[in-house]
Design a protein around this ligand. Structure first.
Ligand SMILES: Cc1cc2nc3c(=O)[nH]c(=O)nc-3n(C[C@H](O)[C@H](O)[C@H](O)COP(=O)(O)OP(=O)(O)OC[C@H]3O[C@@H](n4cnc5c(N)ncnc54)[C@H](O)[C@@H]3O)c2cc1C
Length: 351
């Protein structure tokens, strides 16, 4: 029999960040994950963008999320002795004068800390030049999610159990019992596969499949910038780029599709005329909820069962801040913000 404080189900981005937070704060944990079940975190480009381009507004809660994001991942870099995050700027290429006018207004006001005020007209090697030029979003970056997951798994050592969690084998009484593990609490961080989770499948999910390409090109030179124009393009290493991403709310499986491949190639051709070769094509399903906010908190009936999910398109940014909120909630019943509390969906829960 293994005795732990918390069982965490899922070691994607959500489960990994939460597990590290729990361990750091003195909890003993067992993390159960079968990595092949969901590729979502593994395929993510790991970008954080403090700005919503569509409306040119601040990303939700960015002033709170960004400091914790940087603090947390930097701390893990020290723990793992590895480089995990790269701070970058996002190049926004303008298509219309109106966009520039709005950009300048926001750069002086609401988005002062996040938008470069300058408009650049120089050429970025390999990227189609717009006569209107471009500017940059500041304080963006990316996490090497694959590496982060791999190092987290290694760090968990025997605390990591590589197997499918079978919900039927869970017993709830004074303690949480799962096979040979006895725990005080269990947290489900099972991503979009929560649809199979009998404890939380009432949460109204609206998952979005996404696909990305890794491409090689000798004719591009974008440095550490992320280029944004209907798609993002980011250099991973010399001559190797990540290009993404697609959104599909109907075809919810892990398979790569021809349609997305064509869409991504089309997006690339709008950005660049440089010759390139496709190195990898990957797909995953983002765990988004109808109101596009995280889902954290305890089960309506079983107060020892928790959920950490709903990270949607912004897992890298949301996970560190909200994992801490969940730890505080488990530890000292610290109340959760209504906007993220799973209790907002209690009306869908059937006893
Ligand atoms: C193409 C694409 C690009 C993206 N780009 C970005 C980006 O640039 N920036 C960003 O912030 N976010 C991005 N995202 C979103 C990001 O990937 C998600 O927010 C995040 O990864 C969600 O993590 P998760 O741990 O909740 O889910 P998941 O990654 O799905 O993790 C769940 C884990 O639980 C395991 N699991 C589930 N059920 C069971 C079970 N019964 N037994 C055992 N194990 C189980 C799964 O195998 C998986 O390992 C992207 C997503 C996609 C698809």
């Amino acid at each position: 029999m293994i005795n732990v404080d918390v069982i965490v189900v899922g070691q994607g981005l959500a489960g990994s960040v939460l597990s590290l937070k729990l361990k750091e704060q003195g909890y003993t944990i067992a993390v159960i994950d079968q990595p092949e079940l969901s590729a979502c975190s593994k395929v993510a480009a790991g970008i954080w963008n403090p700005v919503v381009f569509k409306r040119l507004t601040k990303s939700w809660m960015i002033d709170e999320l960004l400091p914790e994001l940087l603090r947390f991942y930097r701390q893990q870099e020290k723990l793992f002795n590895a480089s995990l995050i790269t701070e970058r700027e996002i190049v926004k290429i303008f298509s219309e004068q109106q966009e520039i006018d709005l950009w300048k207004k926001k750069a002086e006001g609401e988005l002062k800390n996040y938008l470069d005020e300058a408009i650049y007209t120089d050429e970025i090697t390999g990227i189609k030049k717009s006569p209107l030029g471009y500017s940059k979003v500041l304080r963006a970056g990316n996490l090497d999610v694959k590496l982060f997951l791999q190092l987290t798994q290694e760090y968990l050592k025997d605390g990591f159990i590589n197997e499918e969690f079978n919900y039927k084998d869970l017993r709830i009484s004074e303690t949480i019992d799962y096979k040979n593990i006895k725990a005080k609490h269990i947290v489900f961080a099972d991503g979009y596969l929560m649809k199979h989770n009998p404890y939380f499948n009432y949460v109204p999910f609206k998952p979005a499949k996404g696909e990305v390409l890794t491409v090689g090109s000798e004719d591009l030179d974008i440095g550490s910038n992320i280029i944004n124009k209907n798609a993002f393009l980011m250099q991973l290493e010399n001559g190797i780029y990540k290009l993404g991403a697609t959104y599909n709310w109907d075809d919810l499986n892990e398979a790569k599709s021809e349609v997305a491949l064509n869409e991504l190639q089309d997006k690339f051709s709008k950005l660049s005329e440089a010759p390139y070769k496709i190195i990898e094509h990957e797909a995953g399903v983002r765990p988004s909820v109808i109101d596009r906010r995280p889902v954290i908190g305890s089960h309506p009936q079983h107060k020892k069962i928790f959920v950490f999910n709903g990270l949607g398109t912004k897992g890298v940014m949301l996970a560190p801040y909200f994992a801490q909120k969940l730890v505080d909630h488990i530890k000292v019943s610290e109340p959760l913000n209504d906007e993220v509390n799973v209790a907002r969906f209690n009306k869908f829960f059937v006893h």
